[in-house]
Design a protein around this ligand. Structure first.
Ligand SMILES: Cc1cc2nc3c(=O)[nH]c(=O)nc-3n(C[C@H](O)[C@H](O)[C@H](O)COP(=O)(O)O)c2cc1C
Length: 423
């Protein structure tokens, strides 16, 4: 039987990018909590696995409409009490938070939501200036800290097992003393009957992949084309086995940045409006920041070749995004104009799909059949209408083909993600 897709919805109002922010129908307006709740209820009606909140520990540019950066975990507690089934995946940086606090908050969200919490672990690209004077630690240090953080958090979750509530098991100290953290434990919130909250991860450099393969139940992936998805998924499946886990244990969920309307022409128009605010100069700056490559005043029709690339170890904000763009240039010898239109340059390197419901549906089916994904995280682009079409027409069409559930079969995130009972 075909494995059904896992589908999450990003709650970041990405449809407000560029000129799209001028569309009054798409503005969150009013109360951001009510707005997020309305979106979550829509996603729950479509029986999605989860809603998902990326997070940055600083004022974030690029999204218009007066974006309000509510703490995602606190927001999820409000959504939890007003919904019944949908999973609630928050994002926490392991670089700037103590594991005891996070273990407690996530286990609390798990209780508040009756087993629907999930945690997206990020090592963060920026934001160090809000936590002291030290610069951002290098990626290797951030990942070492993330690994220790995750180990401590999991041990804290185990330190007060659910069975201790009935006296069937003891709680116990963890007495952890490591490179970054010293934590005695036990945690003061017991485990939930639903099992531990599933862990997500984003970041796909070599160490990022290894970290994901060792701890994650799902990866939020940036895969601008199908081949990138196939390569990442095959690699994570192999690496998971290398860590003594099953090949299926890490669900690969690319971001799907979609622009949906009634006609292909209108959809491309929406797409153009969302990116029209980015001038060629800004795009050239973005290439410099993503890849470390200065395009100078090369004309749009000039070819960008592998020989022009800076050394692979040039410091960059995110290795994942740099490697994706590097790979595209090596494989295609694109023109400057083609480079300036790439998702890695104009956005977050996500898979962009533009067209009618049938067009985008066909692309999802194609990626699924090619083994490029286990599901995806929906990132609505262009307008709120695009999101409505997705939830009200595209998702039901996937269900009709047997590629998605037509009703919830469980009430916990672990059940939606079809995670085993291993605790
Ligand atoms: C698809 C994707 C989504 C990410 N989302 C976030 C986020 O919401 N918040 C954050 O602080 N960092 C986020 N990151 C950054 C990663 O956690 C990580 O710090 C960064 O990618 C560097 O790791 P890398 O060298 O493995 O790419 C994201 C990265 C990727 C690839």
């Amino acid at each position: 039987m075909t494995r059904q897709l896992h589908i999450g919805l990003s709650l970041t109002p990405t449809w407000l990018k560029g000129k799209a922010a001028d569309d009054p129908d798409s503005r969150p307006g009013g109360d951001p909590v009510e707005f997020n709740l309305a979106l979550t209820r829509m996603a729950e009606r479509a029986k999605l696995d989860f809603v998902f909140k990326p997070d940055y520990l600083r004022m974030y540019p690029g999204i218009g409409g007066g974006h309000v950066g509510l703490d995602p975990t606190l927001l999820m507690t409000a959504l939890a009490r007003a919904t019944q089934n949908i999973g609630l995946v928050t994002t926490v940086s392991t670089s700037f938070n103590p594991p005891f606090v996070v273990a407690r908050q996530i286990q609390s969200l798990h209780w508040i939501s009756k087993g629907r919490a999930g945690l997206n672990i990020v090592t963060s690209i920026e934001g160090a200036e809000n936590f002291g004077d030290a610069p951002m630690p290098p990626p290797e240090t951030r990942y070492r800290k993330a690994a220790e953080f995750t180990q401590v958090m999991r041990r804290l979750w185990q330190s007060y097992p659910h069975a201790a509530l009935t006296g069937a098991a003891p709680s116990a100290a963890i007495d952890h003393h490591g490179e970054f953290f010293s934590v005695a434990g036990p945690l003061n919130v017991p485990g939930h009957a639903a099992g531990p909250p599933p862990l997500f991860q984003a970041g796909a450099s070599d160490i990022g992949r290894d970290f994901s393969a060792s701890i994650a139940d799902a990866t939020f992936a940036a895969t601008p084309d199908r081949e990138a998805g196939i390569e990442l998924r095959n690699d994570l499946r192999c690496r998971a086995e290398g860590h003594g886990r099953g090949a299926d244990s890490v669900r690969v969920l690319p971001g799907l940045y979609f622009f949906l309307t009634g006609t292909r022409e209108e959809a491309w128009d929406l797409h153009a409006r969302a990116h029209a605010h980015l001038t060629p100069e800004q795009r050239r700056k973005s290439v410099k920041s993503v890849l470390g490559l200065d395009l100078g005043d090369l004309p749009p029709e000039a070819r960008v070749t592998a020989e022009m690339l800076p050394p692979p170890d040039t410091p960059v904000r995110s290795r994942t995004h740099a490697d994706l763009l590097r790979r595209f240039i090596e494989a295609n010898r694109p023109t400057v104009a083609e480079v300036l239109a790439r998702p890695e340059v104009v956005g977050s390197a996500h898979w962009v799909s533009v067209g009618t419901v049938d067009d985008v549906l066909a692309e999802i089916v194609d990626w699924h059949e090619a083994g490029a994904l286990d599901g995806f995280i929906a990132i609505p682009g262009g307008s709120l209408r695009s999101l409505q079409l997705f939830l009200e027409e595209l998702v039901p069409a996937l269900a009709q083909r047997g590629l998605f559930r037509s009703d919830y079969e469980g009430a916990t995130l672990r059940a939606h993600l079809r995670l085993g009972d291993e605790r």
